[in-house]
Design a protein. Structure first.
Length: 551
């Protein structure tokens, strides 16, 4: 090939790879936006045994097309104490198998599949009325684009098959498997998707560009790179979550290196995995994850025990950096920047309430005076922030503002009041109810406790969405947030009816905890309503809000 052809080919491959990465992310985004809440409930209830946990992780990874997304989700549960480190690790091992199954499914080539997925996906996305329905359309479009990108990669790499330069480079990688392994790991980490990386390497192997041993080493490296993504994303997580992520990283990394050395020594083993290069490499990915998960489930206990000794909770020191307010007095005379400062302070306020909400639920199972005092301290801080924001906004508007800035000022003041009420609901209502459970030695019925956990997960998911909306001001996410308010109201009414039904059946636990159960649901609904107020100003500005409901 001459130089212009080489450049054109490389650009075509890069564009196809970029489309593949984006399409995988599109599918994951659709699943997260449309089905995050039921998935959170599903994962939380997988703690009964390790096989169930692994199966749940596998299913979640197939839906999300990402073991990393499952790892980040599970780390939140482990941090809150909803799942143990051992259960979390079992879920991760299953998620890695699920991620390998996804690559098997996505390598299926059916010409009719691409136009069919695009046709149905676009129709569902454009015509779908609910948020979840539109996300199904997004997922189908993403799947179609994955198949399109793989076909693009196959077409773009055809001219490279007989090129001497390409053969020399790929031949070197076929001889130096450790370099190929490192390239695979770095690439998977760089694109933040081991699924996309594996699909790319398998496609190149199937085209005859990559020798099978080199592609295999790169796929094993992608397994390490994928585990390292979750490690980086959870560096600031509590120690229990990091133990789980590190355990998965150590198991996957060491197994991947050993498997690469085995292939370097006995490359003929790959012939047992299939008749074609593509089939050998894709089957290696699945076989590796299965052979890691099955024995891994039996050594979870010793692994977590060792990490518990090695990774100790850091000793708290008396020296800490004081939290600084974003409210800069010097910017009061510059209204636009002053309001930006107030918005930053509101985001910090919302994050504190998110931490309070995560900390309150475990107290319903086991009272912890220190944790309760921490929640009260955070509430006092939020009260102080609310007053300071009000005064700052009042001073900002003293000399009069343009209409747009004046409207934004009032919106920020309203959001501040709403967040303050959410903090009140946690401290004045939920904290006192949890304390009453402990003082009177009461316990929810299993069904009642499950309902509260699921409803709390739904509200926490909406709180996270509200914080995202505060940062990105995205109208689509704002609409999703406001629509979730009505959905939460309907779910709360359904749970109240379910609770009344249990009272009619005469369940003693339900009768004893009736008021606590009902008040907890109302408090969670109040918190959700407070955070949904974040979306209203955005929708009003874009014309997506009528006087009383969404347009």
């Amino acid at each position: 090939m001459n130089e212009p052809q080489v450049i054109q080919t490389l650009i075509s491959i890069a564009g196809a790879a970029a489309l593949l990465i984006w399409a995988v992310r599109l599918v994951r985004t659709g699943v997260e936006r449309g089905f995050a809440t039921p998935m959170r409930v599903w994962l939380r209830h997988s703690a009964k045994n390790r096989l169930l946990a692994a199966g749940t992780g596998m299913g979640a990874a197939i839906l999300l097309q990402s073991a990393t997304a499952v790892a980040v989700l599970i780390s939140n549960f482990v941090a809150k104490g909803s799942l143990t480190t051992a259960t979390g690790l079992a879920i991760l091992l299953g998620a890695d198998v699920g991620s390998a199954i996804v690559t098997q499914l996505l390598m299926v080539r059916q010409p009719i599949l691409i136009p069919l997925l695009i046709l149905i996906g676009v129709a569902v996305f454009l015509r779908g009325e609910g948020s979840s329905t539109r996300q199904i359309g997004r997922i189908l479009i993403g799947l179609a684009l994955i198949f399109v990108s793989l076909d693009m990669i196959r077409s773009a790499t055809e001219p490279m098959i007989a090129n001497p330069g390409t053969q020399a480079v790929m031949g070197y990688l076929g001889r130096d498997l450790l370099t190929a392994f490192a390239i695979g790991a770095v690439f998977a980490w760089g694109v933040h998707s081991s699924v996309a990386a594996v699909l790319l390497f398998v496609t190149l192997a199937g085209q005859g560009i990559l020798p099978v041993p080199a592609a295999s080493a790169m796929i094993l490296g992608a397994n390490l790179g994928g585990a390292f993504i979750a490690f980086v994303l959870t560096l600031a997580a509590p120690i229990a979550s990091r133990r789980m992520i590190v355990a998965n990283l150590v198991l996957r990394g060491s197994a991947a290196i050993l498997a690469t050395l085995l292939i370097a020594t006995m490359p003929s083993l790959l012939e047992y995995l299939g008749s074609s290069a593509a089939r050998q490499t894709i089957n290696l990915h699945l076989a590796f994850n299965l052979m890691l998960a099955l024995p891994g489930l039996f050594i979870i206990g010793p692994t977590t025990a060792v990490l518990q000794r090695l990774m100790q909770e850091p000793v708290a020191t008396e020296h800490s950096l004081k939290s600084l307010s974003a409210l800069d007095p010097a910017l009061i005379d510059k209204p636009q920047r002053g309001l930006d400062c107030a918005a930053r302070e509101l985001l910090g306020m919302g994050q504190k309430i998110e931490r309070m909400l995560a900390a309150i639920e475990p107290l319903y199972d086991k009272w912890d005076q220190a944790a309760a005092q921490s929640i009260r301290n955070e509430d006092a801080t939020i009260k102080k922030m609310h007053v300071e924001i009000k005064l700052y906004l009042a001073r900002t508007g003293q000399k009069g503002l343009e209409e747009d800035l004046s409207r934004r000022l009032m919106d920020l003041a309203s959001i501040s009041a709403s967040l303050d009420s959410a903090s009140d609901a946690i401290t004045r209502i939920m904290l006192e109810l949890a304390k009453r459970l402990d003082a009177q030695d009461l316990h929810f019925s299993p069904k009642g406790r499950e309902e509260i956990s699921a409803f709390s997960d739904r509200v926490q998911s909406n709180v996270q969405l509200a914080l995202n909306v505060m940062m990105n001001q995205n109208p689509a996410e704002a609409r999703e947030l406001v629509a979730a308010k009505d959905k939460v109201r309907k779910v709360e009414q359904k749970l109240q009816r379910s609770h009344i039904s249990r009272l009619r059946e005469g369940l003693s636990e339900s009768i004893e905890t009736s008021n606590i159960h009902q008040e907890t649901l109302r408090a969670l609904k109040q918190i959700n309503t407070a955070f949904s107020m974040v979306g209203y100003p955005i929708l009003l500005k874009t014309g997506n809000l009528l006087k009383s409901r969404l347009s």
